[in-house]
Write a protein that binds this ligand. Structure first.
Ligand SMILES: [Zn+2]
Length: 259
């Protein structure tokens, strides 16, 4: 079937109709009763869409177009920049997450990071799956004794995996500048990873714990994200930030709300 690269599933043969799974990243009021949505999809990347009449009490969309909803969306693609939402079924509402302020905050930061780093229509199904896993974890751990995914370590593990999906994973196995495998003492955004004592100019000091945290966070599933102390996590966050600034020219909001 002819179609744009990365096209979603077509509905029958109706031209312009697109059916796709999506996560609602953002939802902005528009006009009297409409909303403009940012949706993240597995095969069409980030989509801008308008949902008409969604803020009326009898809207057929109900509350399904709120942030963090995972939906099966039906969209109409016209000539404009925005698609029009014509239908939405809930795949996962993440209802528990909504009752927990920390989980809501972490979900908002995760959605914001995906929307900023992957803002085009380029397909990244791995990013979609990663975001769905993070939202599901936040939902499962909401209001629990140990909401690990909502903590700073959980948020940073998620960001490191996003870097990996964007092709920006920091080099951790040897000096990113000269290849030296030992005496790795710093992190350099320009070099794209850890650096040795001889190459540390322009880098900032990185502890062994922070180095280890990054390796584990990249290697383990999100549900098994490592834990670490605040000083270690501050170094990890700085490493993520300089990598993004240097290689993607993107600045994200802090990974975690200061208490
Ligand atoms: Zn070196």
């Amino acid at each position: 079937m002819a179609g744009r690269s990365g096209g979603g599933h077509r509905l029958g043969c109706v031209p312009g109709q697109v059916k796709t799974e999506a996560v609602v990243l953002r939802s902005m009021r528009y006009g009297e009763a409409d909303r403009i949505l940012h949706l993240y999809t597995p095969h069409r990347g980030r989509i801008g869409a308008i949902a008409k009449g969604v803020r009326r009490s009898r809207s057929r969309f109900g509350g399904r177009l709120e942030p963090f909803f995972r939906i099966e969306a039906e969209l109409h693609e016209g000539r404009g920049e925005l698609m029009t939402v014509t239908g939405a079924q809930t795949v996962d509402a993440h209802g528990r997450l909504r009752g927990d302020a920390r989980a809501i905050d972490a979900a908002a930061r995760a959605c914001d990071a995906v929307g900023r780093l992957f803002e085009t229509g380029e397909p990244h199904p791995g990013v979609f799956n990663l975001l769905c896993r993070q939202l599901a974890l936040l939902d499962a751990q909401a209001s629990s004794q140990e909401p690990r995914a909502a903590g700073r370590a959980g948020s940073l593990s998620f960001r490191l995996k996003l870097l990996l999906s964007a092709g920006l994973a920091p080099q951790l196995g040897a000096c990113a500048n000269c290849g030296e495998p030992e005496h790795l003492v710093g992190f350099s955004g320009a070099a794209g990873g850890v650096v040795c004592a001889a190459c540390e100019a322009g880098s900032f000091p990185l502890s062994e714990e922070a180095h280890e945290f990054m390796g584990e966070a990249l290697g383990k599933p999100l549900a098994e994200a490592p834990a670490a102390g605040e000083r270690t996590l501050a170094q990890v966050e700085r490493a993520v930030a300089v990598t993004l600034e240097h290689h993607a020219h993107v600045q994200l909001m802090p990974a975690f709300a200061a208490a």
